[in-house]
Design a protein around this ligand. Structure first.
Ligand SMILES: Nc1ncnc2c1ncn2[C@@H]1O[C@H](COP(=O)(O)OP(=O)(O)OP(=O)(O)O)[C@@H](O)[C@H]1O
Ligand SMILES: [Mg+2]
Length: 458
């Protein structure tokens, strides 16, 4: 688990997210607290519950982005769900417990592939032996010697000791295999046939609620589908190594570690929590929203969720909820749930100043993205400073005059601004394009001032 200091966490987030300092601070503290808790002596450790957070802010100001970046930093099990996806237990749809199961599933998969990486070398060695078994016929008569091999093999046949003979042939083959001399040869390989279409249909339809994985269950009952295929040597090596790696991984250990990680440092990001808040306006299934909130309570508070890998305690999972809360307030959530999210952080809505920075500063800044895209056609695009200023200004204006969609506006603007270049790029003669304030103004002049038009286009 990451042991970054809060200031370091904020600094990392700063690389991708502009402003929103308060939100960054509180998620940084929450993350550091997980680490702190683990240093506390055992008796007290269990008593320290995570302080769940609600991020509140208009659309497109970086709520999800903060969570996404945080997850990468934290190296903790992380899972993001839309609260609006859930339905109350007993209704068709996903029940809230599934998020814990999903979190565990993700973690198991990550740990499994990490474990497979560590046994890779060993797996490769075993795969090599199996490959040699495939390549080396049982009896000497079967040896199909290619012309260039002849000399050495004849030399070997002269030898008395048969065992030594085969083993030296084997070593020779091994060398050829390693040097890629056999890359064009084919071998017969039993490839396990993974497609089980019938089973595929079942999964996800409610059954998963029981935490039963149909594939696993039926996989045991049905004969393992194996198909004999002719495969080229390099591909066969890969398949064999993969199989061996899977066999070498101690799944019990992986599962145990995954459960431990989820319980101790898991983070669940509950997006769109405002969608399950508030009184329904008379239409739509009223039962569902409040029901979902009620179902959420025990999970957030701490309960035991059964999964196919074993039960998971949710007491120390950190929940970060987020929502725009346009139509309702956090106080429209049922009181019990409000109480379980003690930290509220409001994100600021973004204006011209931030837009300028968002366009250029983040590591994945939009301007950089478009420059790189157009560069693939051999064209260098330069954005002058006044162009950036103009784009930010237009973004703010359009956000004010139509709908405020925050930084997402920049995406639509950039696409519109560069449309001609993006379309014509492969055939353009000029290899350097400078975009300045005038260019931007020309592009947006007609659209911007016409509110109806900008509603449709920008
Ligand atoms: N403060 C910011 N700094 C950098 N980029 C940002 C910022 N805010 C938003 N963006 C960009 O805008 C896009 C949308 O942001 P994000 O997904 O975080 O919105 P959100 O706050 O979750 O909105 P919603 O309530 O609609 O889910 C992202 O792709 C992100 O790159
Ligand atoms: Mg979002």
């Amino acid at each position: 688990m990451s042991n970054l200091k809060p200031a370091e966490i904020v600094k990392e987030l700063d690389k991708y997210i502009i402003s929103q300092d308060r939100a960054k601070r509180s998620v940084a503290i929450a993350l550091r607290n997980r680490w702190r808790r683990r240093q506390v002596s055992e008796g007290l450790r269990d008593e320290i519950a995570p302080k769940n957070i609600i991020l509140i802010g208009p659309t497109g100001v970086g709520k999800t982005e903060i969570a996404r970046r945080l997850a990468r930093l934290a190296d903790s099990p992380f899972f993001k769900v839309e609260a609006s996806k859930f339905t109350e237990v007993g209704y068709v749809g996903r029940d809230v417990e599934s998020m814990v199961r999903d979190l565990l599933e993700v973690t198991v998969n990550i740990l499994k592939s990490r474990e497979q990486d560590t046994v890779k070398e060993k797996a490769n060695l075993i795969a090599e032996e199996r490959m040699l078994d495939l390549l080396l016929p049982k009896s000497q008569e079967d040896v199909t010697v290619k012309p260039e091999d002849t000399k050495e093999v004849q030399f070997e046949i002269v030898k008395e000791d048969k065992v030594q003979e085969t083993s030296s042939t084997r070593e020779k083959l091994r060398r050829m295999l390693r040097n890629g001399k056999l890359d064009t040869r084919y071998v017969d390989l039993d490839v396990s046939d993974r497609s089980m279409p019938v089973v595929e249909i079942f999964s996800n339809v409610g059954m998963e609620e029981m935490g039963i994985n149909f594939k696993d269950m039926l996989g045991g009952l049905m004969p393992k589908g194996k198909k004999r295929r002719k495969v080229k040597v390099p591909e066969a090596m890969e398949i064999l190594a993969q199989e061996e790696a899977q066999d070498l991984v101690d799944m019990d250990k992986v599962v145990k570690n995954a459960i431990e990680m989820v319980e101790q440092s898991g983070i669940i990001f509950l997006d769109e929590i405002d969608k399950i808040a508030g009184k329904d306006g008379g239409h739509g299934p009223d039962v569902s929203r409040e029901g979902v909130q009620r179902d959420l309570l025990p999970i957030v508070e701490g309960s035991t969720v059964p999964t196919k890998y074993g039960s998971v305690r949710t007491n120390h999972i950190l929940f970060i909820a987020s929502g725009a809360f346009h139509m309702c307030k956090p106080s429209d959530l049922i009181p019990e749930l409000q109480g379980r999210f003690p930290i509220r952080v409001e994100l600021d809505s973004l204006s011209r100043k931030e837009f300028e920075r968002i366009l250029t500063e983040p590591k994945n800044a939009l301007i950089l993205q478009y420059k790189a895209l157009i560069k693939t056609e051999g064209i260098d695009v330069v954005f002058n400073k006044d162009a950036i200023t103009e784009i930010a200004k237009v973004a703010e204006d359009v956000n004010n005059s139509t709908e405020n969609i925050g930084a997402r506006r920049l995406h639509t603007l950039m696409e519109c601004l560069l449309e001609d270049i993006l379309f014509d790029a492969p055939d353009l003669q000029v290899k350097n394009i400078v975009i300045d304030g005038n260019y931007v103004n020309d592009k947006f002049k007609d659209i911007k001032d016409d509110e109806d038009l900008s509603r449709y286009i920008l």
